[in-house]
Design a protein around this ligand. Sequence first.
Ligand SMILES: Nc1nc(=O)c2c([nH]1)NC[C@@H]1CN(c3ccc(C(=O)N[C@@H](CCC(=O)O)C(=O)O)cc3)CN21
Ligand SMILES: CC(C)C(=O)C(=O)O
Ligand SMILES: [Mg+2]
Length: 287
Amino acid sequence: MEKQKGNILKFKEMKQQGKKITMVTTYDFGMMSQVDKTDVDMILVGDSAANTMMGYEGTVHIDLDTMLVFCKAVANAAKHTFMVADMPFMTYEIGPEQAMLNAGRMIREGHADALKLEGGERIEHIVTALVKAGIPVMGHIGLTPQSAAQLGGFKVQGKSLESARQIVKDALALERAGVFAITLEAIPSPVAKIITDTVKVPTIGIGAGNDCDGQILVIHDLLGLFDRYTPKFVKRYANLGEDMQKAINTYCREVRDGVFPDEEHSFSMSKELAEQLAEELRKDGIL
Ligand SMILES: Nc1nc(=O)c2c([nH]1)NC[C@@H]1CN(c3ccc(C(=O)N[C@@H](CCC(=O)O)C(=O)O)cc3)CN21
Ligand SMILES: CC(C)C(=O)C(=O)O
Ligand SMILES: [Mg+2]
């Protein structure tokens, strides 16, 4: 049976029924064509594209127009999968007006179904405005990579009493603002459990333990296509990087050995026509 495209009501129902929500990132048409055939519940066009697709160390170097390129490519293949996209760094922090203008582009031009913003209490007024405008918003708290410089790097958050309490408050602020789900990144499992038990909207964890309502991983990490760094929370389910190297090396060997292309991968011409052609070309003085 063909997969139904999810929606924010379905995700809330899944939380109520204790059904786990599955999510991966995706950044391009080819990958999304595969993901769209799986039973993953939703995808994120993450600003982690800055790392996985562009090779930057952090996520602050990707701008709105670049995010739009990835969104458009993914949207062309996301026929059955609910598509969330990250608002990139500094495209919403100035205030509701800036956020609305840029969110409008992500949805109109990028074809995102929903948007994700980093921050809690700090951006409550901005999320409120977007939700009032009819945009489904996902929150993202804990380790927020766009503020890594301030956090001292990609560090686990909420390890002290005070910072854990702040993250819980951030979750409540986002719920008040009307988010449909909250990403919890790199926080101790007990803190994620408290939030999951407290808010009515689904929590989607990445490095936040097994009590969240759902999980997300960067697709390059789970497929084994990214080896610059591997956060503790990443589990590799395949080694596609190695598979790719093997396939490319086999191709190179076959070309060097004169094995590829064979007849199956070439176009033929009748012997008569080929001879006629040679004759004509000899007449022309070319052969
Ligand atoms: N490929 C990829 N995967 C991700 O999960 C990811 C990105 N890129 N880019 C954006 C952010 C950055 N993320 C990261 C990156 C590194 C760690 C990491 O190495 N953390 C240390 C903990 C360090 C500490 O708290 O002391 C670890 O050991 O997991 C965590 C999250 C998560 N996101
Ligand atoms: C790691 C996830 C949650 C993310 O924000 C991203 O991939 O950009
Ligand atoms: Mg992100």
